[in-house]
Design a protein around this ligand. Structure first.
Ligand code: UD1
Ligand code: UDP
Length: 376
């Protein structure tokens, strides 16, 4: 049996690991092992997702927690190196673009253990984003690249990655949605929040560029207050954002605002239940841009750029400057928002393609690779 470590660390990782874990469990040649670095640790940022996505508790928990970038990267490397040395996995699979992704890829590469990056090749072109550094570092050193969209293949080829190392597998976040579709529909979050009779938008924000300075966050809060004139807002507040709202004295205004409901971070089923019934989503999340494109829901992304351009070129996502947020939400309410289509291989079967790729690359099967994109 191939021993395969799946690295899970932070909220957006869990919905990428869960379908792959499940698909690997269904083989008779792979033994998937979930390693949690502990980057996210609150019950509603971690445990809830293991429950909602029906994953067993992690086999290893590194309990690294929060800290500066160097502390987190170094802490994960030191802790994971010990596990990798004692366990000697045959393969390490890292997902996404968080600090733990780059840290565990570095550990694997230095120990000579082959590393696969799931969601490889995405680029915002903006090195002020910590995630962009993590993407570049991870993709510089890993052995196999599983990409979600053709633009990712193009970036990797431009950066000199051997085409033979790239498999275009599609978007695994959609697998999680499809896997849990019925459970999501069965949630009663909309009823519980009194949202059955009026249009509402879901809000989620956590990028340092939006929340870490008062100069960025105060105007954003003012736009949310103005937006509530057009439709109700449900703001599921990330712990980073909660802290900043308190630091800058902005929490009270939001709590007191009619038409704005603040909640703690929601579990996956509850959150997706809300998203599915929403008139729009206001976000700076990577994953939420993808989920809204899949579901055809207007997505207003409060960022200057995105590493997920297919959500704009094909989907329902648009980049919105903070001062224009309320006006754009008014457009949504008036029915003026572009429709989208689903990108290719965002179909709920990415995990199967990952498993086929791993099997072939481990020398256990001779299957053909998936479509590769020629360098433009
Ligand atoms: C991290 C990722 C980001 C991802 C996001 C998903 C990096 C560099 N950033 O950002 O790419 O989009 O997760 O949500 O890897 N905190 C808690 N409880 C927790 C986790 C965090 O209170 O369970 C608080 C702590 O004060 C911590 C802060 O949130 O210092 C930030 O956490 P951290 O993991 O460093 O970054 P995120 O903003 O969560
Ligand atoms: N999400 C959730 N509850 C929330 C906010 C987000 O379950 O309160 C889910 C969302 O559906 C998506 C993932 O978390 O699947 C995205 O994670 P996040 O926005 O934290 O990170 P990013 O994708 O920006 O890296």
């Amino acid at each position: 049996m191939l021993k395969v470590h799946l690295i899970a660390a932070a909220r957006p990782n869990f919905m990428k690991v869960a379908p792959l874990y499940r698909a690997l469990c269904h083989t008779d040649w792979a033994a998937p092992v979930i390693v949690h670095t502990g980057q996210h640790y609150d019950a509603n940022m971690s445990d809830a997702f293991f429950r909602d996505l029906q994953m067993p508790p992690p086999a290893f928990h590194l309990e690294v927690g929060s800290g500066s970038h160097a502390e987190q990267l170094g802490g994960v490397m030191v802790a994971y190196e010990k596990v990798a040395l004692s366990e000697r996995p045959d393969w390490i699979i890292v997902v996404g673009d968080v600090n733990s992704t780059a840290a565990c890829a570095l550990v694997g590469a230095k120990l000579g253990i082959p590393v696969i990056h799931l969601e490889a090749g995405l680029r915002s072109g903006d090195r002020r984003m910590p995630e962009e550094i993590n993407r570049l570092v991870t993709d510089a050193i890993c052995d196999v690249y599983w990409t979600p969209s053709p633009d990712a293949d193009v970036h990797l080829l431009r950066e000199g990655v051997d085409a033979a190392k790239i498999d275009f597998v599609g978007n695994i976040m959609i697998d999680s949605y499809e896997m849990m579709r019925e459970a999501i529909a069965a949630e009663r979050t909309r009823e519980a929040l009194g949202l059955l009779d009026s249009p509402y938008a879901v809000v989620t924000l956590h990028r340092p560029s939006n929340v870490d300075s008062e100069a960025a966050l105060r105007p954003l809060v003012n736009q949310l207050l103005a937006s509530a004139a057009h439709l109700k807002l449900v703001f599921a507040v990330h712990p980073r954002t909660r802290k900043r709202l308190e630091d800058f004295g902005l929490s009270g205004m939001l709590e007191a605002a009619p038409g704005i409901i603040l909640t703690a971070p929601l579990g996956y089923l509850q959150f997706m239940n809300l998203v599915c019934g929403a008139a729009a989503v206001v976000t700076d999340s990577g994953g939420v841009q993808e989920e809204t494109t899949y579901l055809g829901i207007p997505c207003l992304t409060l960022r200057e750029n995105t590493e997920r351009p297919v959500t704009i070129s094909q989907g329902t996502n648009r980049l919105v400057p903070t001062p224009a947020l309320a006006a754009h939400l008014a457009s949504v309410v008036e029915g003026r928002w572009p429709k989208g289509t689903r990108p290719v291989l965002w179909d709920g079967h990415a995990a199967e393609r990952c498993v086929a790729s791993l099997r072939r690359r481990a020398g256990l099967a001779r299957t053909t690779g998936h479509r590769r994109v020629a360098l433009a």
